[in-house]
Design a protein around this ligand. Structure first.
Ligand SMILES: Nc1ncnc2c1ncn2[C@@H]1O[C@H](COP(=O)(O)OP(=O)(O)OP(=O)(O)O)[C@@H](O)[C@H]1O
Ligand SMILES: [Mg+2]
Length: 364
């Protein structure tokens, strides 16, 4: 892909956006690599968690949080078990999955998006029907799924939202993961996975009970639960970092908001999520939606767009008020009550939050 086309895409794949970091890591990497891995587990860890290489090259952290979780995730992929990233919405499951695939295989795009309508052929293979009718089943008429492609080339495949896929279709994965092969009965043959093949699935625990993983399938995965960030500082740092890179990617002509403003938004989200104020003194009602880190990032992002295009370019309380309200009020009746109570008992009482209180009152 030429540089020009790269510049025009709205969102780059991890392996393109961070190509320079991956190349530097590859150069510096002296550790042993599992078969067909582009980087060693050590280098993949550095890519995910950030660090400084000997030549002075800075690797930006992609995942902020518990380093041990990333180590478990990476080492799982070097075994014969697949990796399941599980957790609340917006806890960076898809994000981590993309970066793991980019660092391990150099390619994050072999992806199956799980939906209620995902069929077996999406997981296995499909046919070019014109060829199938003209010549009958043949290798030429076969269209490999992203998973089959990953097996053929020893790469990492990704399955998003595994638990949204109907249970019988999920079970297609059992043979793939335990026998490391995919039968193709129409051609009386099979596709055997090459070394380096593995699978990263993500599942959202809000979908619990939709299509529970069968125990046979569960046994073939190591599950890593991605938590909500432990502390306000950590969560604010994640939002700060992501907003900066989103602002650059969207070329928003707005200043990156001050960390203090981001901390205020994150505080609101954390307090409502946990049902108690940060000082532990006031109990709060909890809204129905999940107020994830990802949503805090969107609130700041849309605030920056408002500030850039309809303000003076610096983020004000007015620019974030509607975003916060939109994130909190998912159920118009129940959540309105929760929000009004929070506004009147918490936001109003904080002396340095007067601007936000006014803006929220106006936006309601
Ligand atoms: N701990 C974290 N470190 C770095 N980024 C994070 C972290 N938590 C959340 N994010 C950011 O949140 C955003 C959303 O993450 P992502 O889309 O991967 O969530 P998800 O867990 O897949 O959610 P869903 O279940 O809704 O699919 C990403 O842009 C990611 O950068
Ligand atoms: Mg996701």
């Amino acid at each position: 892909m030429s540089d020009n086309t790269l510049k025009a895409v709205l969102r780059q794949h991890a392996e393109n956006e961070f190509a320079h970091e991956l190349a530097a890591l590859r150069e510096a990497d002296t550790h042993a690599r599992p078969p067909n891995w582009v980087l060693s587990p050590w280098a993949v860890r550095t890519y995910l968690l950030g660090g400084k290489l000997d030549g002075g090259i800075e690797i930006s952290p992609k995942y902020i949080g518990n380093a041990r979780l990333m180590e478990i995730a990476i080492s799982t992929l070097a075994t014969d078990r697949a990796l399941l990233l599980y957790g609340l919405p917006g806890t960076a499951k898809s994000w981590v999955s993309e970066h793991l695939a980019a660092a391990i295989s150099g390619r994050s795009t072999l992806i199956v998006q799980g939906t209620a309508g995902t069929g077996e052929e999406t997981m296995r293979y499909n046919w070019n029907y014109a060829q199938l009718i003209a010549k009958g089943p043949s290798h030429d008429a076969l269209i490999a799924s992203p998973i089959m492609h990953a097996m053929q080339h020893g790469l990492i495949a990704r399955v998003e939202e595994l638990t949204r896929i109907p249970a019988d279709v999920q079970d297609t994965l059992i043979t793939i993961l335990s026998e490391k092969m995919l039968p193709i009965p129409e051609l009386n043959t099979e596709c055997q996975a090459q070394k380096g093949f593995n699978l990263i699935a993500t599942a959202n625990n809000r979908d619990k009970g939709v299509n529970e993983l069968s125990s046979a399938l569960k046994r073939r995965f190591n599950t890593v639960i991605l938590p909500i960030p432990d502390t306000l500082d950590e969560e604010a740092a994640i939002v700060d970092r992501r907003v900066a890179s989103l602002g650059r990617a969207l070329e928003l002509p707005a200043e990156k908001p001050a960390l203090a403003e981001i901390r205020r938004i994150v505080t609101i989200f954390r307090e409502l999520r946990s049902g108690v104020t940060a000082d532990g003194k006031t109990k709060l009602k909890i809204p129905t939606g999940t107020l994830s880190t990802a949503e805090a990032i969107s609130v700041v992002g849309s605030g920056m767009a408002l500030a850039a295009h309809f303000g003076d370019g610096s983020l004000t309380a007015r620019d974030i008020a509607s975003g916060i309200i939109g994130a909190v009020i998912k159920d118009p009746v129940q959540d309105s009550v929760v929000w009004k109570e929070y506004l009147e008992t918490v936001v109003k009482e904080r002396s340095d939050w007067k601007d936000l209180y006014r803006a929220c009152r106006e936006a309601l």
